[in-house]
Design a protein around this ligand. Structure first.
Ligand code: FMN
Length: 193
C-alpha cells in the first residue's frame, strides 16, 4: 500500500502541491526538487489532493480510504515539503481543506516540514499556511523554507531544474532539509517492520 514511502530506503519526503492545475508551477517546482534530490533522499508526491472529501468534523478521516492511505503515508515519511499557490490572498482551498482533516490526528505533530514559495508576491498564502502548519505542531524547518521564484517561461520541472537561480534555491532547500533530518536518523532506533 505504501509504495514509494517504505522506510529503510534513505530519507523519504512527501511533496504536497496545493495546486490541481495540470501546468502548475508549484507542482513543477516540487517535481524539480525530486529531480535534484541528493543521494539518499527520495521525494514522492501526494497525488490524491483532488480526491480528498470536503472537511466535516462530524466524520473521521479513517472513514475515507483516500485519507486512511494519506495518514499512513504521512506517518511513514521522514518529512514533508509543501508548495502552494495563493488565491485571492488566501491559501489554496483544496490544500486547506485537506489539512483540516489532519488537525484532529497526530500525523503532522513533530513532523519535519518545509514550505516553498514559488511566487515572491504571494506573501498572504505563504504566511497563512505557515501559521496553520505551525499551529498543527509541525517541526518547521526554516532554513529549507525558501522563496524560489518560478517566473517567466519556467513552467515545467526540467526548465526549473535547469534554471540557475531555481536550481541553486532548490539545492539550498534540500540541503537544509537533509541537515535537519540527519540527527534524527542517527538517533532513530533501528527496528524491524
Ligand atoms: C482565482 C485566482 C486568484 C488568484 N489570486 C492571487 C493572489 O491573490 N495573489 C497572487 O500572488 N496570485 C494570485 N493568483 C495567481 C496564482 O497564484 C498563480 O497563477 C499561481 O501560479 C497558480 O499556481 P500554480 O501555477 O501552481 O497552479 C490567482 C490566480 C487565480 C486563478
Amino acid at each position: 500500500m505504501l509504495a514509494g514511502f517504505e522506510r529503510g530506503q534513505g530519507m523519504q519526503i512527501m511533496t504536497i502541491s496545493g495546486s490541481l492545475r495540470a501546468q502548475s508551477r508549484n507542482t513543477a517546482l516540487l517535481q524539480a526538487c525530486a529531480q535534484l534530490a541528493p543521494a539518499g533522499m527520495t521525494l514522492t508526491p501526494f497525488t490524491a489532493l483532488a480526491l480528498v472529501p470536503p472537511f466535516n468534523p462530524d466524520l473521521a478521516p479513517e472513514q475515507f480510504p483516500v485519507l486512511q492511505r494519506w495518514l499512513a503515508e504521512l506517518r511513514a515519511v521522514d518529512a514533508v515539503l509543501v508548495a502552494s499557490p495563493e488565491y485571492a490572498h488566501g491559501v489554496s482551498g483544496v490544500l486547506k481543506n485537506a489539512l483540516d482533516w489532519l488537525v484532529g490526528t497526530d500525523v503532522l505533530v513533530h513532523k519535519p516540514l518545509a514550505l516553498l514559495n514559488a511566487a515572491p508576491r504571494a506573501r498572504h498564502a505563504y504566511e497563512a499556511l505557515q501559521e496553520t502548519l505551525q499551529l498543527m505542531s509541525v517541526d518547521w524547518i526554516a532554513p529549507a523554507s525558501l522563496t524560489i521564484p518560478v517566473v517567466g517561461d519556467l513552467s515545467c520541472a526540467e526548465a526549473i531544474a535547469a534554471d540557475p537561480a531555481c536550481r541553486a534555491g532548490i539545492q539550498q532547500a534540500l540541503s537544509a532539509l537533509q541537515q535537519a533530518l540527519l540527527p534524527q536518523r542517527i538517533l532513530a532506533p533501528v527496528c524491524g517492520g
